[in-house]
Write a protein that binds this ligand. Structure first.
Ligand SMILES: [Zn+2]
Ligand SMILES: [Zn+2]
Length: 194
């Protein structure tokens, strides 16, 4: 299957200053998000991209829009949030790092700068990493349906919001239940009271 994050720029002239705009609806080939909230697989990530030819490559400016879905960590209600991000990335024609630097990458010694650098593959820009990073950075690690969400009663699992203010449970303390059986059994009671 074709990678939907690839953008072919063959119609953008390779002269510095040339510009083209693209509107992409990317159907997420897999979920994009953090464990508790994300853009579901198959949902659309809208990308309004503007490409500009510059000397070293192609400069991408893009607005990303998607809807992420998850669950409130306190009450487990569904949470939906709109993600809007603006990104700007330079895709280089040629890597700036020469072979001496590339060798480094073979020694498990990950060169962050080299890893971060985006490069064109012929006419093609791969938008996957910048888009996924931008969406993930916009998402809360602990999503809430509302900042004020009161969560659930730990005993019955009902929402505090729907419960009366004086809601409580007669929780039977195990120590008391032992005593209760003593009180219920007259013979035991007699023995204990000696
Ligand atoms: Zn909630
Ligand atoms: Zn309760």
């Amino acid at each position: 299957m074709k990678n939907p994050y690839l953008l072919n720029t063959h119609d953008l002239p390779r002269r510095a200053g040339e510009m083209k705009e693209y509107e992409l609806d990317i159907e997420a080939p897999e979920r994009v998000g953090v464990p508790l909230i994300g853009v579901a697989q198959g949902d659309i990530i809208e990308v309004d991209a503007r490409l500009e030819s510059v000397t070293e490559g192609v400069l991408l400016s893009a607005e990303i829009y998607a809807v992420a879905r998850g669950e409130c960590i306190r009450c487990l209600d569904p949470v939906e949030m709109e993600v809007e991000r603006t990104i700007q990335e330079l895709y280089r024609y040629e890597p700036t790092h020469d072979k001496s630097k590339r060798k480094h990458r073979d020694d498990d010694d990950i060169d962050l700068e080299a890893e971060d650098e985006l490069q064109m593959d012929g006419d093609v820009l791969n938008l996957e990493i910048p888009i996924i990073d931008a969406i993930i950075l916009a998402l809360p690690i602990n999503p809430l349906c509302d900042d004020e969400c009161l969560g659930l009663c730990p005993d019955c699992g009902e929402k505090w919001e729907t419960l009366p203010d004086d809601h409580t449970h007669d929780v039977v303390d195990p120590r008391w239940s032992g005593l209760k059986s003593l009180l219920d059994g007259p013979s035991d009671f007699g023995n204990q009271s000696k």
